[in-house]
Design a protein around this ligand. Sequence first.
Ligand SMILES: Cc1cc2nc3c(=O)[nH]c(=O)nc-3n(C[C@H](O)[C@H](O)[C@H](O)COP(=O)(O)O)c2cc1C
Length: 391
Amino acid sequence: MPTTGWFETVAEAQRRAAKRLPRSVYSALIAGSERGTTVEDNLAAFAELGFAPHVAGLSSKRDQSTTILGQPISLPVFISPTGVQAVHPDGEVAVARAAAARGTAMSLSSFASKPIEEVAAANPQTFFQMYWSGGRDKMVARMERARAAGAVGLIMTSDWSFSNGRDWGSPKIPEKMDLKAMLRFAPEGLARPRWLLEFAKTGKVPDLTAPNLAEGRDPAPTFFGAYGEWMQTPLPTWDDVAWLRERWNGPFLLKGVMRVDDAKRAVDAGVTAISVSNHGGNNLDGTPASIRALPAIAEAVGQQIEIVLDGGIRRGSDVIKAVALGARAVMIGRAYLWGLAAGGQAGVENVLDVLRGGIDSALLGLGLSSVHDLTIDSVIIPAGFRRDLGT
Ligand SMILES: Cc1cc2nc3c(=O)[nH]c(=O)nc-3n(C[C@H](O)[C@H](O)[C@H](O)COP(=O)(O)O)c2cc1C
């Protein structure tokens, strides 16, 4: 089977990523935590939802466009923030370009491998994501740098409980790519010659730093140095959320909400949007799939703020299901990471095209002409599917 060129599903992109990436890079993207219950449920839950298609009287024109945080997007899908160190030498810049080419927005993680200046230049619809890390002065400096670079929205991610074990084992990621680390990883790299060649062409090795967390002109901290700072920062209160939102004074999304009571507090803190998310199953294992928590949250606060869902989106019909259950749009994580690994910018464009095609087919089958016509009655929801948390 050819491993370059167009792929028809995200599953195929993932197979190519598995073949192409060194083992530890691939397993860093698989991620998950503890037993892997949440990461599995994020996928399983979408399979429990179904459709009842029509056979005639269908719509020949189908519109996918919407807006998120004030940005018009051509489909209800945009890029979720991830640190994509070592997946591809163009990293988040390739992802941002692909999103721009397909008419959608980019979110850049503060742990990302490329500076916000390069990413926002590649996609003017870029949101910058921050954790509560390093104290207020540092956070303001990072936020102002992102604003100056052209970021048009801020994402605060606050669902992280520093879990550090996986029953299937975690990849051993070096503190930095020095000679010792390179020698240790050489066998893995040599087993993946195409990945190695992509990096060799740039003359650089993956540097495993977080350039968006650099202070002034200081060199960028290492990924683990930045993680250590985050672990030592006192945890945010709801007042801190409100403070960050006020300080940004622009479109603001709180990422990681799974409970109705938290969603209401987010409204009180003045956010523009929330993402119903369990961090792709990488946070507290045993948290249900985000799609199960979505309906109750949408019913409670959907009239007041924008609601986004992320976690487990692998096909266009998943997007349709999430929009039907109350999301305005979805964010994707692993889906585009597999695309990036499989084919760089073109691979991410391919993933967005796969999703767009799937959204279109589902709208066609459902006899709808726009994603805005989707309602909770557009999908079959089995008894016991929902998890109404914090009601
Ligand atoms: C490898 C990896 C790194 C991630 N890094 C971040 C991050 O830096 N900031 C953040 O808010 N979320 C991060 N996430 C979570 C994603 O933004 C998103 O919530 C999740 O991937 C969605 O689930 P999906 O991968 O099933 O689409 C990361 C996820 C993965 C898989």
